[in-house]
Design a protein around this ligand. Structure first.
Ligand SMILES: [Zn+2]
Length: 201
């Protein structure tokens, strides 16, 4: 079992991408795309989650009721948003420990699978509520090239160590460097997400 992250989040409708990234980093992150502000507030307080919103009115209410929250400045870069969120919560390093422990789609936990377990020929019916069947089909060539797989125990989505995870690691390194050097305000050459050594398989 990978080490659990201590801070948990609740992202509102505007922050889907941020929610996905936080999940990939291993943070327990609820994403409430359809909820009203009242419900978001209630859930955040009840579950002791840090509410992330770009909505100033909602943030005012968060402050007023003494809930935990971060006002995310929509319009800044995603990297800056993440640095801001993490800094506000006293997180000075993400590290690789929890990376890849959660499903970016549904926040479920990932469990290790072998290539035999993710082969497509046994009609494994884990894809009940998946709107995209491709998520649970692993191409044969991927199975041939990879030994280690991960599967979401909630939605069945299968992940493997590929270019995607390389980019995530690059992003984590980038973030950690920025978290450490928080005083340094120069952000001259931040590669956009996915700019690591782009090698397509
Ligand atoms: Zn999932």
């Amino acid at each position: 079992m990978l080490e659990a992250r201590s801070v948990t989040f609740l992202a509102d409708a505007m922050l889907g991408n941020i929610a996905r990234k936080l999940r990939i980093f291993g943070f327990d992150t609820l994403y409430m795309a359809q909820a009203h502000d009242d419900e978001i507030l209630r859930t955040g307080i009840k579950q002791d989650r840090v509410i992330l919103t770009a909505d100033k009115e909602l943030f005012k209410r968060i402050v007023k009721v003494g809930a935990r929250g971060v006002l995310v400045s929509a319009g800044a870069s995603e990297l800056e948003d993440l640095v801001h969120i993490l800094t506000e919560n006293g997180i000075t390093s993400i590290g690789m420990n929890g990376v890849g422990s959660r499903c970016s789609v549904c926040n479920g936990h990932l469990e290790k699978r072998t290539s035999d377990q993710v082969k497509n020929d046994d009609g494994c019916n884990n894809n009940n509520n998946n709107d995209d069947d491709d998520d649970v089909i692993v191409p044969d060539k991927v199975i041939a090239c990879h030994k280690q797989f991960f599967q979401c125990i909630a939605c069945g989505k299968i992940y493997w160590e590929g270019g995607h995870l390389k980019r995530i690691r690059a992003l984590v390194r980038n973030l950690d460097a920025k978290l450490v050097g928080r005083d340094c305000t120069t952000t001259s050459t931040i590669p956009s997400y996915g700019d690591s050594s782009a090698s397509k398989g």
